[in-house]
Design a protein around this ligand. Sequence first.
Ligand SMILES: [Zn+2]
Length: 352
Amino acid sequence: MTATTYTIRVASALLGTGLTPIEDASVVVRDGRIADAGPSSTVASDGPEVEVAGATLIPGFIDAHVHIGFVSPRDVLWGGVTTVRDLAWPPDEIWPLVDRSTAADFEGPSIIAAGQMLTTPGGYPTRAAWAPPGTGYEVASPLDAPKAVDRQLVQGASIVKIALNPPAGPTLGAAELSAIVTAAHDRGARVTGHIHGLDELLKALDAGVDELAHMLMSNEVIPDEVISRLVEQDVTIVPTLAVRVDDLSVAIENTARFLVAGGRIVYGTDLGNEGPKPGIDRREIDALHAAGMSLMDIIRSATSSSAEYLKLERTGAIAPGRDADLVATEPLAGAASLTTIRGVWRRGLRVR
Ligand SMILES: [Zn+2]
């Protein structure tokens, strides 16, 4: 049993929502939450001191696109990801797991979820080989949309997910899509989408979809005027570049141009599919770096700015009052340091 109050001392830490680098830092943890954090010279340590010599302490990563049912939650946490957002899984499995993850001693990350993916009858993912029955929910007419949205939100969905994936079946019509987005927005929820190509992207933008759960899956270059429209409509992109088994270059280029235009990127891997590994994913980090993000940009997109976007007030920063969701890494110098992990804490419990 870990002492309920202790002080972590490290060579450096990224503190506060601004991720300010501080040398020789101390973080006081009390009852699972951060009580104080700052330079060791100014922080009054409390309880036993836990030194991770030479390490850098960062907030635990948030992966905004996973299918947690495919992997061991323990492996995800062990790899430095302390919060995940599941983007489609059968309700009888995902909601009990979401509940269990709220326990402080759950051996895995904190889990939020979308519930089922809303689609047209016979559309993706209802016939996808990867998706267990119930992963999708069919919306046959605009009149069905409010019920479909309520079905997810009443169980605790943090976002509503839709699919527009023509290679895998028919897709939602404009009227159904618009009715889903309106129903979600009326209830204060955002809509994220699996959007295959440019035609589907325009349909999603017309309907007011808030987020892309992947960069376009087709290898189409997004025209400048559509990039501008994404930014103007405040659309967030979770690129999930790690999931692409083929050529990454167009997806990286689209991500880069979206960033230059001022777009918001939130870190996510689509864990559970081929490609991404449980934990902080080296392939995703390398691809985001190739799209022009610095190591600090990438950390921010997976911690403080992700938490702000996802409205996760308890995590995402090393700051008083937040959960002690923490990762100790090698000193930050390139992507490899982020996946060379020396300690992981979730809600103050050290798991490695
Ligand atoms: Zn996915």
